[in-house]
Design a binder for this molecule. Structure first.
Ligand code: GTP
Ligand code: MG
Length: 206
């Protein structure tokens, strides 16, 4: 038997499901534009979690190494990031996803209202989406999970730079660096609020 990797026979569908969900998001955006609303997001990024990262995550969480754990316990094999211009756009996107009939929000974490202690801000959703593809759970035909991270451009810039530095250097050991990063995150958050206020003022003057 050839080893198919942790996603097994389901691996070949992941990319297609990611693309389908990204298309559905772009349809939501187009509908907003057609209704003379501002765009929902600046850009979308999608990724499939690498098999070795998924094996590492399952081991770390104490799950058995199986497709079921990778797709049904971890729930972030498919990841989509929605990068928005303004904070309001993040919440508008979430409400449209809540109302959408093609997905169900099964978990949410609001790291915008309550940022992580290091300053990380983002809104995380786990969506359960129905697809025509076979699913790992026979009792749950054609369902896959997708992790969606929604954040502003400012939050995204911070998270990218922090991620880059965290992986290249051991910043956790430096209290000063951790403190400076937190300060940057809070300054960016304050800019997001100012920008939101400016947009509101512009709308009122229109
Ligand atoms: P893991 O997926 O094992 O991390 O656990 P979880 O699903 O409980 O974590 P959570 O929802 O808090 O975070 C999931 C993802 O958010 C991570 O894989 C990162 O992409 C992102 N994330 C969370 N915290 C941070 C952070 O402090 N800095 C950065 N740059 N990204 C973060
Ligand atoms: Mg996760």
């Amino acid at each position: 038997m050839t080893f198919m990797g942790i996603y097994g026979e389901y691996g070949s569908y992941l990319s297609r499901i990611k693309d389908d969900v990204m298309n559905k998001l772009s349809v939501l955006n187009q509908r907003e534009l057609d209704n003379n609303q501002t765009k929902l997001y600046e850009h979308l990024i999608g990724r499939i979690k690498a098999e070795d990262s998924m094996v590492e995550k399952c081991s770390r969480k104490g799950y058995e190494l199986s497709s079921r754990s990778a797709l049904y316990e971890c729930k972030d094999a498919i990841g989509i990031r929605v990068v928005c211009n303004f904070i309001d756009d993040v919440y508008r996107s979430i409400e449209l996803l809540r109302a959408a009939d093609w997905c169900e929000i099964v978990k949410e974490k609001d790291y915008i209202t309550r940022s992580k202690p290091n300053g990380y801000r983002s809104y995380h959703l786990i969506l359960k989406v129905a697809t025509p593809y076979p699913s790992v759970d026979l009792n749950d035909a054609g369902c896959y999970f997708v992790e969606v991270q929604l954040r502003t451009i400012a939050m995204d810039s911070w998270a990218s730079l922090e991620h880059e530095m965290k992986y290249k250097h051991n910043i956790r050991n430096s209290k000063q660096i951790v403190k400076e990063l937190k300060r940057c995150a809070d300054q960016l958050a304050s800019c997001d609020v100012q920008m939101q206020t400016i947009r509101q003022l512009i709308h009122e003057n229109d």
